[in-house]
Design a protein around this ligand. Structure first.
Ligand code: C2E
Ligand code: MG
Ligand code: MG
Ligand code: MG
Length: 279
């Protein structure tokens, strides 16, 4: 029998593919326009210290308003912005907004840590470290009050480069958190090589607590954190039962709708005044 010749695999034409492409290009064009028209917003979700239930920090989260008063989810547009390279400028803008708010809150007597999400293309930019340092200096923010959230996909992109970049940032005093921990595809072996301060337990494991398996994974992550001398913060806490369960495990910090949804700046300021310790 003659061996079957390898065949080039031509994709058949699907109208949906073209529609999807057109849709994406449309989104990116609109995003670029709205970003340059200053229409994007940053909202801030409070982070709570389980020790005293005081607010200690917050996560900066992008919001893209539509003309009908709703929002396009960052889970939809951030990946497109990454693909288009637009996330480099948008990410820098988010960092600056977070610095401005950190400084403002400090000026009224509150020291609040600002967590900012970072994307792969930002990390690949050879000027990234210098740019972050310059931004902190420009706004007069102490490095210790900035936390950068990186995902496993960033770490796995180019582990050696990423470890060097993170080391430099951490030595400067910036805090580093691993976001969505446990949902990526990387092995645990990278964890011991990474210069980080905090592990964020993904909402996927929090939402089913106290159901047995979810609780077991949360327990594992918290004890891993303790042994490695890293703080743990649980994302997506919605109920008191979930909070109690995590407190019992010895989890350090909390973020979730139970404490607060992400807030526009004016509401963040009110929340800080009511829930954090003034200095
Ligand atoms: P993330 O960094 O894991 O952010 C946490 C997400 O969980 C946020 O969704 C937040 O609103 C949501 N969340 C927090 N607590 C709860 C809860 O109790 N229940 C539920 N159901 N959800 C909760 P959001 O704001 O839609 O952001 C989605 C993702 O978009 C973020 O996930 C992050 O990966 C990305 N993103 C947002 N802003 C930025 C940004 O400035 N830069 C980059 N690179 N990515 C961003
Ligand atoms: Mg995050
Ligand atoms: Mg997360
Ligand atoms: Mg997440």
């Amino acid at each position: 029998l003659a061996k079957k010749k390898p065949q080039l695999n031509f994709e058949f034409y699907h109208p949906e593919m073209e529609e999807k492409m057109t849709w994406r290009l449309g989104i990116i064009r609109q995003l670029r326009q709205d970003f340059s028209d200053n229409k994007l917003k940053v909202w801030y979700q409070p982070q709570i210290d389980f020790k005293n239930l005081k607010m200690i920090g917050c996560e900066a989260l992008l919001r893209w308003p539509t003309s009908d008063g709703k929002f396009i989810s960052p889970a939809v547009f951030v990946p497109l912005a990454e693909h288009a390279g637009l996330i480099i400028d948008i990410g820098q803008w988010v960092l600056e907004q977070a610095c401005i708010q950190q400084k403002y809150l400090e000026s009224i007597g509150y020291k609040v840590r600002m967590a900012v999400n970072v994307s792969v293309p930002q990390f690949r930019d050879p000027n990234y470290v210098q740019q972050v340092k310059n931004t902190l200096k420009k706004y007069g923010v102490e490095p210790h009050y900035l936390e950068l959230e990186v995902t496993e996909s960033i770490v796995m992109d180019e582990p050696e480069v990423v470890i060097n970049v993170l080391t430099e940032l951490k030595e400067f005093g910036i805090e580093i958190a691993i976001d969505d921990f446990g949902t990526g595809f990387s092995s645990l072996s990278y964890l011991q090589k990474l210069p980080i301060n905090r592990i964020k337990i993904d909402r996927a494991f929090v939402k089913d607590i106290p159901e047995k398996d979810a609780g077991a994974i949360a327990e594992l992550i918290v004890s891993l954190g303790k042994k490695m001398n890293l703080k743990t913060i649980a994302e997506g806490i919605e109920t008191q039962d979930q909070a109690d369960y995590l407190i019992n495990l010895g989890c350090d910090e909390a973020q979730g709708f139970m404490y607060s949804k992400p807030l526009p700046v004016e509401q963040l300021i009110e929340f800080v005044k009511e829930n954090s310790i003034s200095t």
